[in-house]
Design a protein around this ligand. Structure first.
Ligand SMILES: Cc1ncc(COP(=O)(O)O)c(C=O)c1O
Length: 419
């Protein structure tokens, strides 16, 4: 295992905007009632103007405010690690690198955007945020970020995760957030990200002091995550690599994938691969059409791959990948052939996660384990052909609060028919 660190003063000072690099422009979001393109005023009850501006920004780079950089420096730049022991175990000629986003305070990539969102809301006079969380990673990240800017936070947590992952709730509460299971009005329902978003939006629009924060899907969220790919590019150069042959990341709503992959979009010849669960196969089996971001139909309609906003995926362990839709930017790249997608059942994902843990020592979040699976399969394919390819994947979170998933896997309780 070899690591490449960047000095702290080389943390990116601007975010990379994918918009000018997309093969075709993206169709605008539509108002949920009128089905006409929405304007900034329609979004103003939900988001601060700075983020609404970033949603539609066309300039290639957007400066990261100093106050945001100061907090990102608590854990950024994150290490780029070469998984040499995994390479040896697989007997592959491929060189496998991963970007370790698990070193953030919340244990995942999510604080990269949480800090920026909390900052812009605070600057525009907001004192409270509402949000949804699936596996709890986004909720913990936003709770950490709100603590930095002295904002109140209410988190609607998908009930299946609330019951399965009590420690994320404790983390949210430790950072000062309040957390309730969702859907709030259906106590026997396992919930979904779509219904938790409805709860959080309903909360926000009812109060003057509150804005809503989304942890994925939207353009500004993916923009904030591009620090991952920008750092990885520099670190690969330090490692003596030109460019990766393939960039791999799990995809729930697309934020860690966009964050790692977008800076490589202009580099012709670099394959980009999204990995999702077969039980929630948005990119591989969904339809590209306008759909709501939430179950109740409160949010604008977005042009994206979707399984339908009323789709409720089975309660798989990768809670963060249980979303019916996907980022419009990621969806456009897949539709236009610039990005590929693959889906795996969770048994195969945990086979890879346990192998990775035993040779590299890292216990991956179930979401991150999807990327581990695909990276191993790419490395095994390289072994067949003898190709010395360079594989880069996003280790977007650790699994220390997901050990019940490993327990199920190790003791034969993982249900593969659920994906
Ligand atoms: C560790 C981790 N990875 C991936 C995801 C999926 O979200 P996204 O596709 O926005 O990165 C989540 C979502 O909660 C997550 O917690």
């Amino acid at each position: 295992m070899t690591r490449w660190f960047l000095p702290q003063d080389t943390i990116p000072s601007a975010w990379f905007n994918i918009t000018p690099h997309l093969p075709k422009p993206i169709d605008p979001p539509l108002h949920p009632a009128t089905r006409q393109p929405i304007g900034p005023d329609d979004l103003a009850p939900l988001f601060p103007m700075a983020l609404i501006g970033q949603e539609v920004a066309t300039e290639p780079w957007i400066d990261i405010p100093g106050e945001v950089l100061d907090i990102l420096r608590l854990w950024r730049p994150t290490p780029l690690v070469r998984a040499t022991r995994l390479e040896q175990a697989l007997g592959t000629p491929a060189r496998i690198y991963y970007k370790d986003e698990s070193v953030s305070p919340a244990g995942s990539h999510k604080p990269n955007t949480a800090v920026a969102q909390a900052f812009y809301n605070k600057r525009e006079g907001i004192s409270r945020l509402s949000t949804e969380t699936g596996a709890g990673q986004w909720g913990t990240a936003l709770a950490f970020a709100c603590a930095q800017f002295d904002l109140d936070l209410k988190v609607y947590m998908v009930r299946a995760s609330y019951d399965q992952k009590p420690y994320r709730r404790v983390a949210i509460e430790t950072w000062g957030g309040e957390v309730v299971p969702s859907p709030v009005d259906e106590p026997d329902h396992p919930g979904s990200l779509g219904s938790a978003i409805s709860d959080a939006v309903r909360d926000c629009v009812a109060r003057e002091d509150t804005h809503y924060a989304l942890g994925s899907v939207l353009n500004h969220v993916l923009l904030h995550q591009t620090v991952i790919g920008l750092e990885a590019k520099e670190q690969l150069e330090l490692a003596g690599e030109r460019l990766p042959d393939v960039v791999i990341a799990p995809c729930g709503g697309g934020s860690n994938l966009g964050g790692l992959a977008f800076p490589f979009v202009p580099d012709a010849g670099v394959r980009l691969l999204a990995v999702e669960p077969v039980s929630c196969p948005t990119l591989t089996q969904g339809r590209f059409e306008y759909d709501f971001g939430d179950t109740a139909g409160f949010t604008p309609l977005l042009p994206m791959y979707t399984l339908g906003h009323d789709f409720v995926p089975p309660s798989i362990h990768a809670g963060g990948l249980r979303y019916h839709g996907d980022s419009p930017q990621v969806s456009a790249l897949v539709r236009d052939g610039r990005m590929e997608a693959v889906a795996y059942p969770q048994g195969k994902v945990f086979d890879a996660a346990v192998q990775f843990a035993r040779v590299e020592g890292k216990i991956a979040a179930p979401e991150a384990a999807h990327a581990v699976r695909a990276a191993i399969d790419e490395a095994l394919a390289a072994k067949e052909t003898g190709e010395e390819k360079v594989i880069l994947f996003n280790y977007c979170g650790h699994g220390f609060l997901d050990l019940s998933a490993y327990d199920d896997y190790l003791h034969g309780r993982l249900l593969d028919e659920q994906g």
